[in-house]
Design a protein around this ligand. Structure first.
Ligand SMILES: Nc1nc2c(ncn2[C@@H]2O[C@H](COP(=O)(O)OP(=O)(O)OP(=O)(O)O)[C@@H](O)[C@H]2O)c(=O)[nH]1
Ligand SMILES: [Mg+2]
Length: 448
């Protein structure tokens, strides 16, 4: 089958007269884009000849099995062949000429929204609908921590890869918010282009305001759980900007200590970078994480990124000056491979900055159970290896490090700065011991 660049997906229910105007206009617009395209009309069982009109005008018609706009979108996504999938309403509220603008912006993001509420956007609609739509959008944006002004716009261009694993469940219009929130949580980039919305051209509305409100609130509850779990790609970044004073302070203290220790150390490898602002703050750093969604999210900071595990780092032996490994080792079993790998990639004389809760502190012993209660989806349940200052120091020294500095976040999360001895060869690498003079020269660059 020939490659399709763009699928235009139109959910329809009794929209014959509108389609008769829309589809010829759409064909003209698509003809002007330098791409291959298809038009898929998903019919929810119209009784007015909508499907026949769509087929006559050259669209591929998919007859929807599940009811509702949500079912239409899900089946449409499954049927779409294009690398990009554009959704729009059939009622001419969504001007097809705007598609060219969306298409031109396709490389700037993974989902591009025709946005009524971005600066420059306009919504011509009855005031009470405008008010309701505005309130719901702000509620979603603030409650779910998404920097998006128009989450309920059904006029969007999606990269199909961004839709692939979303596991959508919305039955009605709430699926529009669901797609956006889940894609954002999977680390995909979202962009809004200002757009002017007009009321429907012909026919009657399918929106049932009360029903829509209830569906939307239920969806909010489900999505809230996702947004506040570590599954969300931007979990660490959100914590840095948290409205909860302790969480915000904690993140910022960790950030201050680690960036202070790593500053001026040369090339840094941040192992288990997540979506932490630390990676952004280190100006010569490579981010490494096992989770693809976090790396996807971090693309916005323009930092080199690599997927990999701390057990087998995809990094050359003795190739970095500094390794940051914060909030990682408590999440994985206590295996010698961890220290061996961190040590292997670090050059002799390089700096290892290791952070983990200190289970010997009263602070952490009190805070962890409280944190577990306050944030059931958070990190607490995932802490499987418990270190203390003494146990970590002993391990580091055994692997050829000298402790040169240490600090605590709230007297409970320990951060150690460990200098790899210049005379000790990497355990599993090929590094030979450096002569003393060379080691001293390397040390003279220390910022600690
Ligand atoms: N396949 C399918 N399409 C639907 C269904 N409900 C609505 N649609 C289509 O989805 C698009 C948006 O629906 P609209 O009725 O315009 O909803 P709205 O824009 O919120 O409200 P108005 O513009 O005021 O009517 C239109 O193209 C409808 O034909 C459905 O159950 N199945
Ligand atoms: Mg409409």
């Amino acid at each position: 089958m020939a490659r399709v660049d763009l699928t235009v997906l139109i959910p329809v229910l009794n929209e014959r007269d509108n389609l008769a105007v829309l589809l010829p206009r759409l064909a003209r617009v698509l003809g002007q884009l330098a791409c291959t395209s298809e038009v898929v009309v998903v019919d929810g069982g119209s009784g007015d000849g909508t499907a026949e009109t769509a087929a006559e005008l050259g669209a591929r018609v998919v007859v929807q099995r599940e009811p509702g706009y949500g079912g239409a979108l899900r089946e449409g996504f499954a049927a779409a062949a294009g690398e990009f999938v554009l959704t729009l309403d059939a009622d001419l509220s969504h001007d097809p000429d705007f598609i060219a603008k969306l298409w031109r912006a396709r490389d700037q993001a993974d989902i591009v929204i025709a946005s009524r509420y971005a600066k420059g956007g306009v919504a011509f609609m009855p005031w009470e609908r405008r008010l309701l739509s505005g309130v719901l959008n702000r509620f979603f944006a603030i409650g779910l921590g998404l920097p998006v002004r128009d989450m309920s716009s059904g006029f969007r261009l999606h990269r199909r890869a961004a839709l692939a694993d979303l596991k959508l469940s919305g039955r009605n219009f709430e699926i529009i918010e669901e797609v956006l929130v889940k894609a954002y949580a999977a680390g995909w980039r979202v962009l809004e282009l200002p757009f002017t919305y007009f009321p429907r051209h012909r026919g009657s509305s399918h929106a049932r305001i009360v029903r829509f409100g209830i569906d939307l609130l239920k969806a909010f509850g489900r999505l809230w759980g996702l947004r506040n779990s570590i599954e969300s790609a931007d979990y660490d970044e959100r914590a840095f900007y948290s409205r909860i004073p302790l969480q915000r302070y904690w993140q910022r203290e960790r950030h201050r200590i680690i960036t202070g220790m790593a500053r001026g150390q040369g090339r840094v490898l941040d192992v288990g970078c997540g979506s932490s602002i630390i990676l952004q703050s280190l100006n010569d750093a490579i981010g490494l994480d096992v989770q693809l969604n976090k790396l996807r999210y971090m693309r916005r900071y323009g930092v080199p990124l690599v997927q990999g595990s701390v057990m087998a780092l995809p990094v050359r032996t003795a190739s970095v000056d500094c390794v940051v490994c914060s909030q990682v080792i408590e999440h994985i079993p206590d295996e010698p491979a961890i220290f061996d790998e961190l040590t292997r990639v670090l050059r002799p004389g390089g700096l290892l900055i290791l952070g983990t809760p200190d289970y010997a502190t009263i602070g952490w012993r009190v805070i962890e159970p409280l944190y577990g209660l306050a944030a059931p989806g958070g990190y607490k349940d995932e802490h499987i290896t418990h270190y203390t200052f003494a146990s970590l120091r002993e391990r580091a020294e055994r692997h050829g490090y000298d402790l040169i500095d240490s600090a605590y976040v709230c007297r409970s999360e320990l951060i150690m700065a460990l200098r790899k001895r210049a005379t000790v060869a990497a355990r599993s690498g090929s590094g030979r011991p450096l002569p003393i003079a060379a080691a001293a020269a390397l040390r003279s660059g220390d910022a600690a």
